[in-house]
Design a protein around this ligand. Structure first.
Ligand SMILES: Cc1cc2nc3c(=O)[nH]c(=O)nc-3n(C[C@H](O)[C@H](O)[C@H](O)COP(=O)(O)OP(=O)(O)OC[C@H]3O[C@@H](n4cnc5c(N)ncnc54)[C@H](O)[C@@H]3O)c2cc1C
Length: 487
């Protein structure tokens, strides 16, 4: 291990003898070229996009290392690997593309990082029923490209599209930028195939809905790898839209703009993109609009006649709310820049700490949660900026996405913990849910009890029943008291 950097939150590791036994058997199951203890491979799968990784990486440390990386090629191989892991009590952490922002893919108890990248095939398109069957390791941008070639869209565009996988989307209950029209991943998913820790392979029926008891396959949506491995999914698709219509407005204040969006959602209009920025983010993203008003950008797409009606309904409500029409060019600018994720790592290199914290609100607390979270974040010593936007809207509320940047000096980790504590306390006090789409992973687990109350013990019982040896991504989703991380 002398070639590898020091780990910070490695809670435990599996005895080397057991790992050697696992590796021998895994070689037989997947082929020896698909099993690696090479330091470069262990390092690659030691981290995700959780910002704390950046703090440690700049210091030359990593959060935790797997002892093996295994790349299975199909569902049967995963079944054999999980059976083996249960028998030998070896932790298994599924790894999609490592774009999770809360440490979910970090193997804090060592063992095996099960990397899904080889399972990257689009299996079949059902053009009649508008569904596609796809393996879980397929990259998001490649998936959309393959669909576009066939004349369809998957309707799911997280900002991390180019660095995330289908399995990661499902495991984290992801939401894309076009979610108001196409739905979030749980709306897009028809059925899943998954493997449980005892090796059982199961799948749901790919029909529009069922009333045959609870949808067991959907239990895996949002499970973040703690119940098993999602191996493939049937997802809804849409014909490529006939037309796209772009509109932007500015409003005098956030509250008035939110009220306008609430009214739009009551009409039945479903623009694909609805993004409302506070004045600060308006100034940052659209400097030409200044930093005194709040920008709302909208993208409507689909059939031309329906779009025309939606645009008219939206425009009537916006103008009646005192909005100023700013034309399509700001939406075009957003479309060009929407997958650019380079700013965060540049800021870390300059000594900043940055994170984004997304929460879920109803209309009655959409604005007050923003105000409360902003106030709490700005009260933390070292915070330079706490701004927000709303990027997923519903008839019953909106997702609020706060960005916080600070220059805390030497103790970056203490600052990081303080901003999260401040944000989560403010969010919970307003009655909002602690995550809209990034999930829980390792870091947000400490607030799971406040979020779920007695529901957390139900989750623990399900986990115990499905995974009695606790091999699947142990230590995540707040099911175990955090040890090294929360100290
Ligand atoms: C810049 C940036 C922008 C982002 N924008 C968005 C956004 O707009 N919307 C959004 O929802 N999220 C966003 N995210 C968060 C992240 O991209 C998503 O959570 C994504 O769904 C994770 O996919 P992944 O393949 O990278 O998963 P990973 O990070 O590899 O894994 C995430 C978790 O899922 C588990 N997992 C992965 N694959 C499987 C599988 N096949 N079976 C079981 N468990 C599995 C892992 O064990 C881990 O716990 C963003 C992240 C970044 C860095």
């Amino acid at each position: 291990m002398h070639n590898l950097p020091q780990t910070v939150i490695q809670e435990s590791r599996v005895e080397q003898q057991t790992i050697d036994t696992f590796a021998r058997e895994a070689n037989r199951i997947v082929g020896s070229d698909q099993v690696s203890a090479n330091p470069a491979d262990l390092l690659a799968n030691s981290r995700d996009y959780w910002p704390v990784n950046n703090i440690w990486m700049i210091e030359g440390r990593v959060p935790a290392l797997p002892q093996l990386v295994v790349w299975p090629g199909n569902t049967e191989e995963i079944s054999a690997l999980l059976k083996l892991a249960t028998k030998l009590k070896v932790p298994v952490t599924p790894y999609g593309e490592g774009s999770g922002t809360l440490g979910g893919a970090i193997p804090i108890k060592g063992g095996v990082s099960l990397d899904l990248k080889r399972m990257n095939h689009l299996l079949e398109i059902d053009e009649e029923s508008l569904m596609v069957r796809v393996e879980s390791g397929l990259n998001g941008a490649l998936y959309e490209e393959l669909l576009n070639h066939a004349g369809y869209t998957g309707g799911h565009f997280p900002q991390s599209l180019r660095c995330s996988s289908i399995g990661g989307w499902l495991a984290c209950r992801a939401a894309g930028q076009f979610s108001t029209r196409y739905g979030k991943i749980e709306d897009i998913a028809v059925s899943l195939e998954a493997v449980l820790p005892d090796g059982t392979i199961f799948s749901g029926r790919s029909v529009p809905r069922t009333a045959t008891g609870p949808r067991l396959d959907h239990l895996l949506i949002g499970s973040e790898g703690i119940f098993g491995v999602i191996t493939s999914a049937t997802l809804r698709i849409w014909p490529l839209p006939e037309k796209r219509h772009l509109i932007s407005y500015t409003f005098a204040d956030l509250k008035g703009a939110l009220e306008c969006i609430r009214l739009i959602m009551r009409t039945g209009a479903r623009p694909a993109v609805v993004r409302l920025y506070d004045a600060q983010e308006t100034g940052n993203h659209f400097p030409e609009l200044g930093d005194q008003r709040c920008a709302l950008i909208l993208l409507i797409e689909g059939t031309a006649k329906i779009i025309a009606a939606e645009a008219e309904v939206i425009d009537d409500l916006a103008i009646a709310s005192g909005a100023v029409d700013c034309g399509p060019e700001h939406v075009e600018h957003w479309l060009e820049k929407r997958f650019n994720i380079s700013v965060a790592s540049m800021l870390f290199q300059k000594g900043a700490v940055l994170d984004t914290i997304e929460v879920s609100t109803n209309w009655h607390n959409a604005h007050s949660t923003y105000l409360a979270m902003q106030k709490s974040l700005l009260a933390v010593e070292g915070t330079m900026l706490a701004s927000g936007h709303y990027s997923h809207v519903y008839p019953d509320g909106a997702g609020l996405y706060m960005t916080v940047v600070g220059f805390p000096g030497s103790d970056k980790l203490a600052f990081y913990k303080r901003i999260w504590q401040a944000a989560m306390e403010a969010c919970l006090a307003q009655g909002a849910a602690i995550s809209h789409h990034h999930g829980i992973g390792l870091h947000r687990g400490q607030w799971m009890h406040e979020e779920h109350g007695s529901g957390l013990s139900v989750l623990k019982k399900i986990k115990k029943a499905l995974d009695p040896e606790n091999i699947m991504n142990p230590g995540k989703l707040g099911l175990e008291e955090g040890k090294l991380w929360q100290k």
